[in-house]
Write a protein that binds this ligand. Sequence first.
Ligand code: SF4
Ligand code: SF4
Length: 410
Amino acid sequence: MVRINFRMDRTNGQASSGARPEGSLTSRDGIMHRSNRIVAGTDTQRISEKLPPYIPRKFKRIHVELTNKCNFSCAFCPDAVMTRERDSMPEELARSALDQIAELELAEKVTFHVMGEPLLHPRLFSILDHARERGLAVGLTTNGALLTPATIAKIAESDLHQIDVSLQSPDARSFAATRGSRIDFLDYQERLLDLLAACAARPSPPILKVRIMTTRFARKVRHKLAIPDFMGSSQELRDTVMDWSERIYRRLGLDEKALDTVRRRVRKVRIHAWNVLEIGPRIFIETYVLTDWGNAFVRDSVIEAHHGHCFGMRDHFAVLCSGDVVLCCVDYDGRTALGNLNQSSLLDILKSPELERIMAGFSKGRLEHPYCKRCLGSSSRIGSWVKPIVSVLALKVLKPLFYRQYRLYE
Ligand code: SF4
Ligand code: SF4
């Protein structure tokens, strides 16, 4: 299949209705305790003072990439064009990154993914345990193909805040066309459902999200443009949501009467939106529109943008498996590296003059980093004008129109 110029929007929105309260703070003797650390008012103030003013008090999420190796080669992913060495983060480095994030109280959530499949990391469960011991809310994103009864049991026992299952291609046809894997789709689907069932059965279940990719193009146009064969109409999307809701309800033993409400309410879901659909208690189906990864697949030169708006380093940033700290989860190749945790502390990297310059630019709608200029640029002159304007409108004005959260069950 021809690789095309679209990417999945990686922004991982948090559905408010399903969010577990951040940390679990309890008051004893007037001091607030969180896990193994003390969070007293003066400590919080001291941490705030350490951080430069352009850094948010708390990021919505910090991505820690445990490995950039993957067992899939999806047609919509820049895995094939990534030039970084395939590697896994040493456990000591992962622990150190988590310690620093915890000590600075920097994130609402840590999520173990940028590129790669975290289940390929040989020390994943030890790292998850460490994150939990440090009182961090942890999200795990997995494509699910490596799940076995043993790994499912371990994930369920890991007391995670959120588990994202990257289903993306929800049926045998789109799976075969896009994921670059020969595993049997029905077997794959069963593994995912087993994971959801094991996690949902926990006394304090994590938020469970099944993520599915869509396009804005009808099937005829998709074929003409060689766009991967994802859903391209609202009706296809609704049918898929119902299909997966039924499977999930059956496997989790939920009351199937609630599906009547899901069936009625799903009619308002539209293909063009980024939909967060709560289909059951703490269970979501989230749909993303396939877009480009900052022109990742463009071989011709890109006309750079000079202005635009972006949430990189505002609501999230990423630590790659090499220890490089980068502006955002879109930077699959580490081009915006600000420093490396093997050489510098996270705090020193966040205080770097280079980041200060980039953030001053962002605050004025100006792009300072060459990779940001490419990311929001375009291979066409018109695109290079339109994309930055859309980036500002989309994130500042239009978000309520295309980011839709629905509770589909009663
Ligand atoms: S499973 Fe994820 S990381 Fe792996 S190739 Fe597919 S999209 Fe990329
Ligand atoms: S503009 Fe820069 S920070 Fe934003 S997504 Fe693109 S590369 Fe990341």
